[in-house]
Design a protein around this ligand. Structure first.
Ligand code: MN
Length: 321
């Protein structure tokens, strides 16, 4: 998915009540752009927190009926220095990228795209998509691997029972389940389904910080209500998390070791310096204008024209992390 914001809005978070110990990162609505746009709810990055482990971007979208009135149409656009995780709860998305991958993204199946030095991809909901509902997550690559060749991996995790919950570990390890896909810093990602009245206590890696994105249901996290669309943050040192569902609930758990290096994220690029991001943009715009496939981002064979990059701000980009 592409970040199509032209002017990111600032979110001012109120001070939490003194009794609250659970830090809730609240979403803001971002239009995905285009004439038949879907809206997404973004919980990362935001002013109070840029990263959870190496996770640097969390967009939650749907459920939305796909049809004549609305489709997901994300034209070819570039990425650098990151991995994208496409995770659906329902619907179907057709993915094409400049490594030659043509994949159908389906619910419960991980599609992990590693941009490395540069990739471009497009995403279109299919005619069979029905109700589109899912999340788009980005992972920042550490300096030692961020210039690697781009690649694409697919994995369908086995559903495992933990307490009353069903756990699907799509990335890293959790509760005895392990995903084989390649990550470049210690990370975890999993879907948790808890039936109405159910509860689960999950042991967590104490070296990780975690975020729990509530997709649906009336869920308490360590006894506190975590509303739908919020990302509940659990700091390093947290040994376990206790979930209780008063109605059928679904959540995504992400976590990882702090990345430990500042990054610069602008539009769909992650770099380390302002000048590097300027160069990424220049190379992409050259591709947009000349249509040639021999640049840093390669090409994709289908009719959609590539998405031009927004104009860069007049200030030098600041690093964060
Ligand atoms: Mn994308």
């Amino acid at each position: 998915m592409s970040n199509l914001e032209q002017r990111p809005a600032e979110l001012l978070l109120a001070d939490p009540p003194e009794t609250a110990s659970l830090e809730l990162l609240l979403p803001r609505d971002v239009p995905l752009g285009g004439p038949r746009a879907m809206g997404v709810r973004r919980t990362l990055p935001q002013r109070s927190r840029s990263l959870i482990g190496a996770w640097c971007f969390v967009d939650h979208y749907g459920p939305e009926q796909v049809g004549e009135s609305g489709r997901m149409i994300v034209p070819p656009h570039p990425h650098t220095g990151l991995q994208t995780v496409s995770w659906l709860f329902s619907g179907e998305i057709e993915h094409r990228d400049s490594t030659g991958t043509h994949a159908i993204v389906r619910p419960g199946e991980l599609n992990l795209m590693t941009a490395g030095r540069g990739i471009q991809h497009s995403e279109l909901s299919t005619d069979a998509s029905g109700v589109l509902h899912g999340a788009q997550l980005w992972i920042a690559l550490p300096t030692c691997t961020r210039s690697m060749e781009p690649r694409f991996e697919h994995y369908r995790p086995v559903a495992a029972r933990v307490g009353d919950a069903t756990v699907r570990v799509f990335l890293g390890s959790l509760a005895g389940q392990r995903s084989p896909v390649t990550v470049f810093s210690p990370l975890v990602g999993a879907q948790l389904d808890v039936p109405a009245g159910g509860r689960v206590e999950l042991a967590l890696n104490r070296e990780f910080e975690h975020g729990l994105l509530v997709d649906d249901g009336d869920l308490t996290v360590d006894g506190e209500t975590a509303p739908v669309d919020a990302l509940a943050f659990l700091p390093r040192g947290t040994r376990s998390v206790s979930l209780r569902a008063r109605s059928t609930a679904r959540a995504l758990l992400i976590g990882g070791s702090p990345l430990g290096e500042p990054i610069i994220m602008w539009w769909n690029f992650i770099g380390r310096t302002h000048d590097e991001v300027v160069e990424f943009r220049r190379e992409w715009q050259q591709h947009v204008e000349d249509g040639l496939d021999n640049g840093a981002f390669g090409g994709i064979r289908h009719g959609l024209p590539p998405l031009p990059a927004p104009v860069m701000p007049n200030v030098r980009l600041r690093e964060r992390g």
